[in-house]
Design a binder for this molecule. Structure first.
Ligand code: TXA
Ligand code: MG
Length: 336
């Protein structure tokens, strides 16, 4: 595995001699760890079934769980999916950015069936992260990329996280530093009326509803025919430690994932403490969430206890990840 370190404040991916090598690796069907503004992605050419198969086996991800295709622009996205009025409004408001749209797949789309898990819908995203867009433009097509973590485990927000999980499975990792948002994209399905929020994420529900001028629907877990994000059902984002939510106190031997200025009772018991945001800022907390969980997990504590995070704005996505991290493990559960 090779690492391409890129300081995006001072250099453009275009100028780097490494760019051609990474583009060639992708064209050859290899996997590349690619930063986006949300989390690092495990990218491959979405039109090559063999390349997409490598993603599923590297992550140990079930093949029924479809991948997001990343494209360089709205215009490129229109080649692969049908945009209704809601989808147009959302793309206009939030692309490039942390929003994924699930749309009816255009017939004849070159995105392979493995990437869409054989569904007649396709998940499309134009990320704000420059590197993913640049690489998609260079290969002249969509890049399939799930989060660059082992399936069911904590998402990767640094190149070192990617290397720790998948270093022996990838040709390259592009290291552009920590991801500025730190939590995955919000997924909205625009397949019927009203649109459904399949996964909370980097764009808040409130911001999406303000653009649409109405409420988003939550998918009903029991509605067999309703579109769901197949990877979003149960345990996920799981550290090795168990996770205890809404901790008002710290028990001996626990590590503490704190939030806000007020520590919980008996916080002196904590074997390690990390505060997601000492001022209680949800944007800062999202950015620190996965790296904080990874860091506390490395201490070997048997339990990570977590202070309550409010459910507003990005808090919805943070709490979604925390609840999945705390969910019972080890049963036959779907993971992405
Ligand atoms: O921020 C992100 O979204 C990151 C970066 C790398 O872009 N990607 C990411 O991918 O989180 P992944 O694979 O970890 O999560 C994608 C989710 C899965 O839960 C999958 O089931 C859902 O998107 N999905 C993909 N295609 C879908 C479709 N056609 N219908 C419903 N859900 C879909
Ligand atoms: Mg994931």
């Amino acid at each position: 595995m090779k690492r391409w370190t890129l300081d995006l404040d001072h250099e453009s991916p275009t100028d780097s001699p490494r760019a051609a090598e990474v583009v060639k690796a992708l064209r050859d069907g290899m996997l590349v760890g690619v930063p986006t503004e949300t989390v690092y992605g495990l990218a491959a050419d979405a039109t090559q079934p063999d390349a997409c198969a490598r993603i599923f086996s590297a992550k140990r991800r079930p093949r029924f769980n479809p991948l997001i295709s990343h494209v360089a622009s709205f215009d490129a996205a229109t080649e692969y999916g049908y945009f209704n009025d809601d989808a147009l409004k959302l793309a206009e408001a939030f692309w490039p950015g942390p929003l994924t749209l699930v749309l009816p797949k255009k017939p004849g789309s070159p995105i392979c069936d493995l990437a869409t898990a054989g569904l007649d819908s396709v998940a499309l995203r134009v990320p704000a992260g420059l590197v993913m867009r640049f690489l998609s433009e260079q290969i002249g097509g969509p890049l399939a990329a799930p989060s660059a973590n082992v399936s069911g485990k904590i998402s990767a927000t640094t190149a070192d996280d990617v290397v720790a999980d998948l270093g022996d499975k990838i040709a390259y990792v592009v290291d552009a530093g920590p991801c500025p948002i730190g939590i995955e994209s919000t997924i909205v399905a625009c397949l019927g009326d009203p649109p459904q929020i399949l996964r909370s994420g980097g764009v808040s529900r409130e911001a999406i509803e303000a653009v649409l001028g109405r409420s988003l629907q939550d998918p009903e877990p029991e509605a067999g025919a309703a579109p769901q994000a197949p990877g979003m059902l149960l345990s996920h984002y799981a550290p090795s430690a168990s996770v205890r939510l809404d901790a008002a106190d710290v028990k001996p031997g626990e590590a503490l994932l704190a939030f806000g200025p007020k520590p919980p009772r008996s916080h002196g018991n904590a074997v390690a403490t990390l505060n997601l945001s000492p001022t209680g800022d949800l944007t800062e907390a999202a950015k620190n969430l996965f790296s904080g969980l990874r860091q506390l997990d490395r201490t070997g504590a048997h339990t990570i206890c977590v202070q309550t995070v409010p459910e507003t704005g990005l808090g919805e996505a943070i709490n979604d990840r925390l609840r999945r991290a705390a969910a019972p493990r080890g049963t036959a559960m779907q993971r992405s």
